[in-house]
Design a protein around this ligand. Structure first.
Ligand code: PLP
Length: 340
């Protein structure tokens, strides 16, 4: 039994999901002729109270398309220093859009409206890039699955409106936040210009992300997706999996959160653990004592068929998910308790 806690992307479709995929009605989506892709897009647009949505092969491409459609080369975007759009998308904001990134020094991947206000203020003359876009990430990945305070997001929206900035949400794990904080997709749709969501993380689909926004923005995104090489043909098989995930695998995220909290409690009681970051959703980040090399710890766990990942700066990450079963959970807790 291999216990893979590297990411919530390691899940495989359930038999029920495979069944709906196999029986999906498909067509050529580049000609807008795949009924299942269209159904998924309409469903997601409606969920977020937005005019339109667009299916993407990855979250990275959905975010990068959003950055592209909101900016011109030389413009500046604002995000947290830990943001996925800056750290883990291959430098795409610079490569694809020629955009300068202003990094805000937030807490666990989250900054405040005041910090943004300060970042956007200052001279606006020929020396300075045009301020164009703010990117938020909820939940925060490198921040250990932390959830933003919705009131702060509203205050940030006021700053974006006052300064004429677009407002994008990298919602790869937004559903984890919604379940944890009992918030709604509509609330988020009303706040942001564009939102990307991942169907292939905690929701358990094999492939796919969706970008939502206005009709005008999604028309631009359609063109950008084509030029990024993301136009897919009979993608309805994948969209069917996404639809199944949205209908059946959202509420169960609570179980992942519960298991993550239990792992955190055990870790906190282990003498070799220096610190456990607060656990709000399905990500656990912890640090082992200085006497233990984190990479060595990860290797020793691997020898016990338990796969974890390093996030740099001594951070070790555990992510719970759909394929992490109760027997695996019990074995992991046992191994953590008896390590050393
Ligand atoms: C996983 C992730 C993405 C997108 O990743 P893909 O692997 O390209 O689907 C974007 N943002 C965050 C915060 C993520 O965790």
């Amino acid at each position: 039994m291999i216990i893979n806690l590297i990411s919530d992307t390691v899940t495989k479709p359930t038999p029920e999901m495979l069944e709906v995929m196999m029986s999906a009605k498909v067509g050529d989506d580049v000609f807008n002729a795949d009924p299942t892709v269209n159904e998924l897009q309409e469903k997601v647009a409606k969920m977020f109270n937005k005019e339109a949505a667009l299916f993407f092969p990855s979250g990275t491409m959905a975010n990068q398309a959003a950055i592209k459609l909101h900016t011109q080369p030389g413009d500046r975007m604002f995000c947290d220093k830990w943001a996925h759009v800056y750290n883990y998308e291959g430098g795409g904001a610079a490569f694809n859009s020629g955009v300068t990134s202003h990094l805000i020094d937030g807490d666990r991947g989250m900054f405040t409206a005041n910090q943004l206000k300060e970042a956007v203020s200052g001279r606006a003359d020929i020396h300075v890039p045009f301020n164009r876009l703010v990117c938020i990430e909820n939940t925060t990945n490198k921040g250990g699955g932390a959830c933003w305070n919705f009131e702060e997001l509203k205050k940030i929206q006021e700053v974006t409106q006052h300064n004429n900035l677009a407002y994008h949400l990298d919602g790869a794990r937004l559903f984890n936040a919604l379940v944890a904080k009992q918030e709604t997709t509509q609330q988020y749709g009303d706040l942001f210009d564009t939102i990307s969501i991942c169907l292939s993380k905690g929701l358990g689909a094999p492939v796919g992300s969706v970008l939502v926004g206005s009709k005008q923005d999604m028309n631009k995104a359609l063109r950008v997706r084509k030029l990024f090489g993301g136009g897919m043909r009979q993608a309805g098989y994948l969209a069917a999996a996404g639809m199944y995930a949205l209908e059946n695998q959202v509420n169960r995220l609570e179980e992942d959160h519960k298991k993550a909290k239990e792992i955190g409690e055990v870790l906190a009681s282990c003498s070799y653990v220096k610190k456990v970051e607060p656990i709000e959703t399905n990500i656990v980040i912890f640090y082992v004592d200085d006497s233990i090399d984190p990479m060595e710890f990860i290797k020793k766990m691997e020898e016990k068929d338990i796969l974890l990942i390093s996030m740099g700066q001594g951070k070790i990450r555990i992510v719970t998910h759909l394929d992490y079963t109760q027997p695996m959970h019990e074995k992991l807790l046992e191994e953590l308790r008896s390590f050393l």
